[in-house]
Ligand binder design. Structure first.
Ligand code: CP
Length: 303
């Protein structure tokens, strides 16, 4: 593994190895030990979109590992004044050991990877959110003891989270049902990949179908960053897609909920559902740090 740009192309073994390493970092941290596996390493944290969890968990995690994380808002970089991504990549590649980047287009990450000469990790794009879904898999396995054979449902926008849920969950042997309104389907290449899994994958417009008998239900915001102008239309189009108590009642009694946060109570998730599942949702937020440590350790420290 040279980069983590998306989950597509990763083997189940590579995914499960990251989860194993993340579990180990968590166990050690709870024992009061934080291995300095990034001693002397510097990671550029380039963000073109807002972030609470991704930015702070990376900054704290890299510090705990003995490395340096430099937060670089894309609006402060010379890219905001027209410097090409290729040149920025070549410069950062001479200073840093890795780049984590949150941006809009997946092709921007591809360019960073091509020109920087150092490992590049997606901190989320419009296409994928691999660190988040690796974290969700860690959190589900932590509570359920297994991943293979579980039924995952996703209710909401067929956007970056849905794309990564499909690829990640299918890779580790889960069954996946995605429910999104007409016009909000996941990416075409992700649906092509999912086809290879036969009846383990279902795409539907019926949110109850995704919820029925689910072991874990995923949802995400209806109006993602950069879509603010479409907000009213989206709220109309997603009416009926709230993860609420009636829908939860269709799932298995011990069904988990995973939400990457921030949550919009009363839109994609009902307030009572969020509170009833707060433990696992905030465990999910905590686990971001261990997964990020694991990914950086695999890329930079030969874990
Ligand atoms: N889940 C997630 O990526 O959170 P932030 O947008 O706060 O980083």
């Amino acid at each position: 593994m040279k980069h983590l740009l998306k989950l597509g192309g990763m083997t189940p073994e590579e995914i499960l190895h990251i989860l194993d390493v993340a579990d180990e970092y968590k166990r050690l941290h709870k024992d009061g030990v934080d291995p300095k596996d990034l001693q002397g390493k510097a990671v550029a944290l380039v963000f073109a979109k807002n972030s609470t969890r991704t930015r702070t968990s990376l900054e704290v995690g890299i510090y705990q590992m003995g490395g340096l994380g430099t937060y670089l808002s894309a609006s402060d970089l010379q890219t905001a004044r027209g410097e090409p991504v290729q040149d920025t990549a070549r410069v950062l590649g001479r200073y840093y050991d890795a780049i984590v980047c949150r941006t809009y287009k997946q092709t921007t990450l591809d360019m960073l990877a091509k020109y920087s000469g150092i490992p590049v990790v997606s901190g989320m794009t419009d296409y994928a959110h691999p660190l988040q879904v690796l974290t969700d898999l860690m959190t589900v396995r932590e509570r359920k003891g297994t991943l293979a054979g579980l039924k995952a449902g996703f209710v909401g926008d067929g956007y970056n989270m849905a794309n990564s849920v499909i690829v990640g969950c299918l890779a580790v042997g889960m069954t996946v049902t995605i429910a999104c309104p007409k016009g909000y389907r996941p990416a075409a290449d992700v649906l092509m990949l999912a086809k290879q899994y036969g009846d383990k994958f279902t795409l539907t417009n019926d949110p109850d179908e995704a919820a029925r008998d689910a072991d874990v239900l995923f949802t995400d915001v209806w109006v993602s960053m950069g879509m603010e102008r479409e907000a009213e239309q989206r709220r109309r189009d997603f009416t009926g897609f709230t993860l609420d108590a009636a829908r939860m009642a269709l799932a298995k009694p011990d069904c988990m909920v995973q939400h990457p946060l921030p949550a919009h109570r009363g839109e994609e998730i009902a307030p009572d559902v969020l509170e009833a599942h707060a433990d696992e949702i905030f465990d999910e937020a905590e686990n971001r740090i261990y997964v990020e440590k694991a990914v950086l350790a695999v890329l930079l420290a030969g874990k």
